[in-house]
Design a protein around this ligand. Structure first.
Ligand code: PLP
Length: 435
C-alpha cells in the first residue's frame, strides 16, 4: 500500500517519476502542486491562489469545477462510463454529434470522435487520403500546409507542423515530407497580399497531383507563434483547393468554441472546409475528447464501392467525455458568447497596452479572448515561471511569447491583475537583460 506523502515528498517523487510536457528528466523544471481549482482560481499546496490566465491550454473555458459540467458527468457515471463504440451507440454521443453538426459551418455533419487533438488530425489526414483513394486517385497522399503551424505531436501531425520549430530536424527520416507554403502575412485587418497568394498558387500548381489536402489553423496560428491573419486568405485558399482538387482541412482545435470571438474561427469567413478538427475546449477542458467532422462529399466518397474508414479508437465516443461536452455546449449557448468575448478582448487590449512601452517588447496584439505580448528574445521559462507565481497568476510563456487565454468567466478585475503581472514581469526581465 502506498503510504501518505507530504507535499514535499510528492513534489520530489514527481521529479523522479514523471515526464511533463517538453521537459528534461535529468534537469527537471519546478512543478507546482495543485490542490484545488475552482472558477478562475488554481490553489497550490502552500495555499497560494493563482488567477488562471491559460484556461489550461485553451481548454477550461467555463472555469474549473463548473457545477453544470460536474453534475452532467456525475449523472452519466451512474448510468455508464464507457461502452465500446463498435456495434453499440448511446445518447451522449448522438446528441453531441447533432449539436456539433448544428454549430459548425454549413455542410459539416459527419462526426468522428477520437481521444485527443493530435489523433483528430491523424484522422483528418487519413480521411483525405482515403477519399482520393476511393475516387481513383491513389497518388494524392501528401499535404500542403503553411509554415509556423502546429497540429499536434503524433507522427503525421508533426509532419505538418512548422518544419523549423516543429521538431523536424530531430525526426528527419521518420516523418513524411510535406509541402510547405509561407505562413499567411500577419494582421487580422491587413489587406490581402496578392503576391503571397501567387506564391501559394505556384506551389500548389507544382505539387497538386500528389497532394490530398491543405491543412491550416484558421485565422490564428496558435502554438506555432500566436500569429493572427486576415480571414480572406481562407476564402482564397478554398478557391485554390477547388481549382486543384485538394480537400481543405481546418484545424480548429485551439480556435474552436468562441476563443477568437466567433463560435469557430471559420465563422470569420464565408466558407466551409471539407474537414474540421475540434478538441481542447470541446469538453470545457474537463476530459480529453476530439472530433473530426466532415461533409457528405468526403464521407460518402470514402464509403463508395463498399469502402470503410480505417480508424477505430478503443475509447471512441466515450460517454463520460460526450456528456461533459454536451454540458459545455449548452453553457456556451446559454449567453451571448460574441459580446462576452468582445468584452474580454477590449479589457485584454486595455490591460496589455502599456507593455508596448517596454524595450524588450516587440509587439502586443489581441483577438477575442487571446492576448499576446511578443518579446524581442525568447524567455527562460525556468526563470520566468516562478515570477508569475509570485505575482499570483498562472501564465505560461513559451519562446518569445507571453500570452493570455483566460476562461470566459474571468472578471475585469482579474484581467487587469493578469495584465499588471505581465507588465511587471516583462519589465523586470528588461531590467535584468540590461544588467
Ligand atoms: C493543441 C493542438 C493540437 C493537438 O491537440 P492535443 O489534444 O494536444 O493532441 C492540434 N492542433 C492545434 C491547433 C492545437 O492547438
Amino acid at each position: 500500500m502506498p503510504q501518505q506523502h507530504t507535499d514535499e515528498a510528492l513534489i520530489q517523487l514527481d521529479k523522479e517519476l514523471l515526464w511533463h510536457p517538453y521537459t528534461s528528466m535529468s534537469h527537471p523544471a519546478p512543478h507546482f502542486l495543485v490542490k484545488k481549482a475552482q472558477g478562475s482560481r488554481i490553489t497550490l499546496s502552500d495555499g497560494k491562489e493563482l488567477i488562471d490566465g491559460m484556461s489550461s491550454w485553451w481548454s477550461v473555458i467555463h472555469g474549473y469545477s463548473h457545477p453544470v459540467i460536474n453534475n452532467a458527468m456525475k449523472s452519466q457515471i451512474d448510468d455508464f462510463s464507457h461502452v465500446m463504440f463498435g456495434g453499440l451507440t448511446h445518447e451522449p454521443a448522438i446528441k453531441l454529434a447533432e449539436k456539433l453538426s448544428d454549430i459548425t459551418p454549413h455542410g459539416l455533419s459527419r462526426v468522428f470522435f477520437s481521444d485527443s487533438g493530435s489523433v483528430s488530425v491523424e484522422v483528418a489526414l487519413k480521411m483525405a487520403i482515403q477519399y482520393w483513394h476511393s475516387s481513383g486517385r491513389p497518388n494524392k497522399k501528401k499535404f500542403i500546409t503553411p509554415r509556423n503551424g502546429y497540429h499536434g505531436d503524433t507522427f503525421a501531425a508533426m509532419s505538418v507542423c512548422d518544419p523549423i520549430n516543429g521538431m523536424h530536424g530531430l525526426f528527419e527520416g521518420a516523418l513524411t515530407k510535406q509541402h510547405f507554403i509561407p505562413s499567411p502575412p500577419t494582421g487580422i485587418n491587413t489587406p490581402v497580399d496578392e503576391d503571397y497568394l501567387t506564391e501559394v498558387r505556384q506551389i500548389i500548381e507544382k505539387t497538386h497531383l500528389e497532394v490530398a489536402g491543405l491543412i491550416i489553423e484558421p485565422v490564428v496560428q496558435n502554438a506555432g507563434g500566436m500569429r493572427f491573419y486576415n480571414p480572406l486568405y481562407l476564402d482564397r485558399m478554398k478557391l485554390l483547393c477547388e481549382e486543384f482538387d485538394l480537400l481543405l482541412i481546418f484545424d480548429e482545435i485551439a480556435t474552436g468554441f468562441g476563443r477568437t470571438g466567433k463560435m469557430f474561427a471559420s465563422d470569420h469567413c464565408n466558407i466551409s472546409p471539407d474537414i474540421m478538427c475540434v478538441g481542447k475546449a470541446l469538453t470545457g477542458g474537463y476530459i480529453t475528447l476530439a472530433a473530426t467532422i466532415t461533409n457528405d462529399k468526403v464521407a460518402l466518397g470514402i464509403s463508395d464501392k463498399g469502402g470503410v474508414f480505417m480508424h477505430g479508437p478503443t475509447f471512441m465516443g466515450n460517454p463520460l467525455a460526450c456528456s461533459a461536452a454536451n454540458a459545455s455546449l449548452s453553457l456556451l449557448s446559454s449567453y451571448d458568447l460574441t459580446s462576452r468575448i468582445q468584452t474580454i478582448e477590449s479589457k485584454l487590449t486595455e490591460s496589455l497596452k502599456r507593455c508596448r512601452s517596454l524595450a524588450n517588447v516587440a509587439d502586443v496584439r489581441c483577438l477575442g479572448a487571446i492576448g499576446v505580448v511578443e518579446l524581442t528574445s525568447p524567455v527562460n521559462q525556468q526563470q520566468i515561471q516562478p515570477l508569475f507565481v509570485e505575482q499570483g497568476v498562472w501564465v505560461r510563456p513559451f519562446g518569445k511569447l507571453i500570452y493570455l487565454m483566460p476562461p470566459y468567466i474571468i472578471s475585469n478585475e482579474d484581467l487587469e491583475t493578469l495584465g499588471n503581472a505581465i507588465y511587471n514581469v516583462t519589465k523586470s526581465l528588461a531590467y535584468n537583460t540590461k544588467n
